[in-house]
Design a protein around this ligand. Structure first.
Ligand SMILES: *Cc1c(COP(=O)(O)O)cnc(C)c1O
Length: 220
């Protein structure tokens, strides 16, 4: 297995310019993150608040951490403390909790609205038809700033189905951008694509791919 920094260099060569690379370091040790960091990577993703807090405390302060996991409301305070972007806003209840904690901390947190288009029952997120109302509510909040959308495709080998899911996610972004989010320059992120499907995601208009196992190996 190549080192994380080598895998990232190879990926950077393959991912088009203008598409950001989030290195998903969940379940991998600080040493692996340090190797990636020394290779120039600054954007890392974590899916558990406790793990994020431990790593953020011990690793360099110029790392930007994206929180990408399902966030329970009792963990919001810590997520707001350490994450520069919370990508996984999947309910109004969570959106309101993040707004409240951010205001308490005197902050404004960048968030993505997670949209649910995949086939699996277990995945979290707003339905496409719920996204507009969520964006409207967020627009009135002082503690959050909506900078885009995040989504996942169905977990299937049927790449046509995967592309169709990604087109729906991109479609949600475009609809908001043309509607309630029009004129908001910060609304610019379409986070979609993982190790096995980032090429399709980029083809369908991703601006941020979230890659874990392709960089760090299988999670233990
Ligand atoms: C774990 C995770 C990823 C990375 O998945 P890989 O298949 O390891 O690349 C991306 N996005 C989310 C939301 C994740 O939880």
């Amino acid at each position: 297995m190549e080192r994380p920094s080598e895998r990232i260099a190879a990926l950077r060569g393959a991912i088009p310019e203008g598409v950001a690379l989030l290195a998903v370091s969940k379940f991998h040790p600080a040493g692996a993150i340090e190797d990636a960091y020394e290779g120039g990577q600054r954007l890392f993703g974590e899916s558990r608040v406790q793990e994020l807090a431990v790593k953020a405390r011990e690793l360099p302060g110029d790392i930007r951490w994206h929180f990408i996991g399902h966030l329970q409301t009792n963990k919001v305070r810590q997520a707001v403390e350490w994450a520069s972007v919370i990508e996984s806003i999947d309910s109004l209840r969570l959106l309101r909790a993040v707004d409240a904690e951010a205001r308490k901390a005197g902050k404004r947190v960048d968030v993505l609205l997670q949209v649910h288009v995949a086939r699996e029952e277990t995945k979290f997120g707003f339905l496409p038809e719920e996204m507009e109302a969520a964006a409207v509510e967020a627009a009135g909040m002082e503690g959050v700033r909506v900078t885009g959308v995040m989504g996942m495709a169905s977990n299937t080998d049927d790449m046509e189905r995967v592309r169709s899911d990604f087109r729906k996610i991109r479609g949600c972004f475009d609809a908001l951008k043309a509607g309630v989010m029009s004129g908001r320059e910060e609304f610019a992120v379409v986070s979609m694509g993982m190790s096995h499907d980032w090429r399709e995601a980029v083809e369908c208009g991703s601006t941020l791919v979230r890659i874990g196992s392709d960089i760090f190996g299988e999670r233990v």
